[in-house]
Design a protein. Structure first.
Length: 128
């Protein structure tokens, strides 16, 4: 069993993912790691609202989302209010153009889908 034992608290994670199967799998794996999933949302607007309201320790952000706001714009808006909040992009769009566009949001990391939950655990552990 994976555990976020290196962290002095259960890290509070906001999942921003519009594919429900992926969101459920990510939530289940994070809970197995000992993380506290504060919410799972499918739109950029909800991501901005929940990041402000729920005060997560880290955001897992997909780039292509439901609605008019993509994950890059949502991350930029979240950064306006909380510039130090770690954002990890979890996306199928890892090409250099997309990565370059997202770089201005100063992400903690990019992870390609399907997610490697062992690598994700390591990234979360580094946040302490």
């Amino acid at each position: 069993m994976l555990a976020c034992s290196a962290m002095p608290w259960p890290p509070r994670v906001l999942i921003v993912e519009d594919e429900s199967i992926i969101a459920l799998a990510t939530k289940a794996n994070l809970k197995r790691m000992g993380c506290d999933v504060v919410a799972t949302v499918a739109t950029g607007q909800m991501a901005v609202e929940y990041a402000a309201r729920k005060q997560p320790d880290v955001v897992l952000m997909d780039i292509m989302l439901e609605g008019s706001m993509d994950g890059i714009e949502a991350a930029a808006r979240i950064r306006e209010k909380n510039p130090d909040l770690p954002i990890i992009y979890c996306t199928a769009y890892t090409d250099s153009a997309t990565r370059s566009q997202a770089a201005h949001t100063n992400p903690k990391a990019f992870m390609a889908k399907p997610l490697d939950y062992g690598a994700l655990k390591e990234l979360i552990d580094e946040l302490q």
